[in-house]
Design a protein around this ligand. Structure first.
Ligand code: C2E
Ligand code: MG
Ligand code: MG
Ligand code: MG
Length: 281
C-alpha cells in the first residue's frame, strides 16, 4: 500500500512517529505479559482524619515495575491499557490483591480500616458478570462491602453514560461507597452530583497545591467544602504536601486528607510498619 501512496509512506517513515509507534506497540506487549503473569503490585497511601490524625482508610494504587525494576507510572500505562481494552482485567487483579491485603490488615488491627480502590470508566459499561465478580471477590475475602470505596471520575456521571449508572447502583446497593476522584478538574457541572448518590468528593491536588496563597484556589476549595456539607457528602483533600496546606484545609473545615506530608504510597510491609507506629504512638 505504501507503494501506492507517497504520503502514507512518508509518514510511516517519519523517524519520530515511527519511534512513538514502536514504543506503544512494545508497551502494549509488555502490558499484555504483565496481565497474563499477574505482575502488578498494589501500594497503599493512608488517608487520615485531619483533626485527630487517625488513619481511616488507605487508597490502593497500582504499581508496575519493568524488567529492570524501574517503575512505570500509572499515568503512562493506564491510558494505553484503556486504549487496548485491558482495564477490566487489570482492575480485577488490583481488586483481588487489595481485598487480600485488606483482609490481612483487618485481622491484624482491631481498627476497622477501609480501602479506596480506583476504577477506570472503561470498567463500567454495564456487565452483570463483572460487577458480580467484584462483589464475589469482596465476599470471598470475608470483607464487608462497607469497607470498600470505589473512586470514579466525574466523567462517569455525564449524561452520555446513563447506562453506567446501573453498575454504580448495584455497587451502592451492595453497600460499597462511591467517591468522585480529582473533583473540580472535570466538567464539574454540579448537577452531575444529583444524578447519583455520591458518598465522598476528593478535591484534586491541583487546588490543594495552590494553597494557602492562591485566593482563587482558596475560594474554590471553600466552595466545594460548603457544597459537600450542604449535600451531606464527605470531603478528602488530595496531595497535601506542606503543613501550611494542611492547616489551611483544617481552617476551611476539610475533614480528611492524604498527601506526601502525611504519608507516601507504600507496599503492604511498609504500610504495616507505618500503621504499627502510628496506631501505637
Ligand atoms: P489518583 O487516583 O488521583 O491518585 C492519587 C495520585 O496522587 C497517586 O499517583 C499518588 O501517588 C499521588 N499523590 C499522593 N499524594 C501526593 C502528593 O502529596 N503530591 C503529589 N505530587 N502526588 C501525590 P499515582 O499512584 O501515580 O497514580 C496516578 C493515577 O493513576 C491515579 O490518580 C489514578 O487515576 C490512576 N490509578 C492508580 N492506580 C489505579 C488503579 O488501580 N486503577 C485505575 N483505574 N487507576 C489507577
Ligand atoms: Mg484515586
Ligand atoms: Mg485523585
Ligand atoms: Mg488522578
Amino acid at each position: 500500500a505504501a507503494r501506492n501512496s507517497g504520503r502514507n509512506r512518508l509518514r510511516l517513515f517519519d523517524p519520530q512517529l515511527r519511534q512513538q509507534l514502536e514504543q506503544r506497540i512494545q508497551l502494549r506487549q509488555r502490558l499484555h505479559d504483565a496481565i497474563e503473569n499477574e505482575r502488578f503490585e498494589v501500594h497503599y497511601q493512608p488517608i487520615i482524619d485531619l483533626s485527630s490524625s487517625k488513619v481511616i482508610k488507605c487508597e490502593a494504587l497500582i504499581r508496575w515495575f519493568d524488567e529492570h525494576r524501574q517503575p512505570v507510572p500509572p499515568d503512562r500505562f493506564i491510558p494505553i491499557a484503556e486504549e487496548f481494552g485491558y482495564m477490566p482485567a487489570i482492575g480485577q487483579q488490583v481488586l483481588e490483591t487489595a481485598c487480600r491485603d485488606l483482609s490481612h490488615l483487618q485481622q491484624r488491627y482491631e481498627q476497622p480500616l477501609q480501602l479506596a480502590i480506583n476504577r477506570s470508566i472503561q470498567e463500567f459499561p454495564f456487565d452483570h458478570n463483572r460487577i458480580d465478580r467484584w462483589l464475589d471477590t469482596i465476599a470471598a475475602h470475608q470483607l464487608d462491602c462497607g469497607s470498600i470505596e470505589f473512586e470514579i471520575t466525574e466523567s462517569l456521571l455525564a449524561p452520555e453514560h446513563d447506562s453506567y449508572l446501573q453498575a454504580l447502583n448495584r455497587l451502592k446497593q451492595a453497600g460499597c461507597h462511591i467517591a468522585i476522584d480529582d473533583f473540580g478538574t472535570g466538567y464539574s457541572s454540579l448537577s452531575y452530583l444529583q444524578r447519583f448518590p455520591v458518598d465522598l468528593l476528593k478535591i484534586d491536588r491541583a487546588f490543594v497545591n495552590a494553597l494557602p496563597d492562591d485566593h482563587q484556589a482558596h475560594s474554590l476549595v471553600a466552595a466545594i467544602i460548603a457544597m459537600a456539607k450542604a449535600l451531606n457528602i464527605k470531603v478528602v483533600a488530595e496531595g497535601i504536601e506542606t503543613p501550611e496546606q494542611r492547616h489551611a484545609l483544617v481552617e476551611m473545615g476539610c475533614e480528611y486528607g492524604q498527601g506526601f506530608q502525611i504519608a507516601r504510597p507504600m507496599n503492604l510491609e511498609k504500610l504495616e510498619a507505618f500503621l504499627d507506629s502510628y496506631l501505637e504512638g
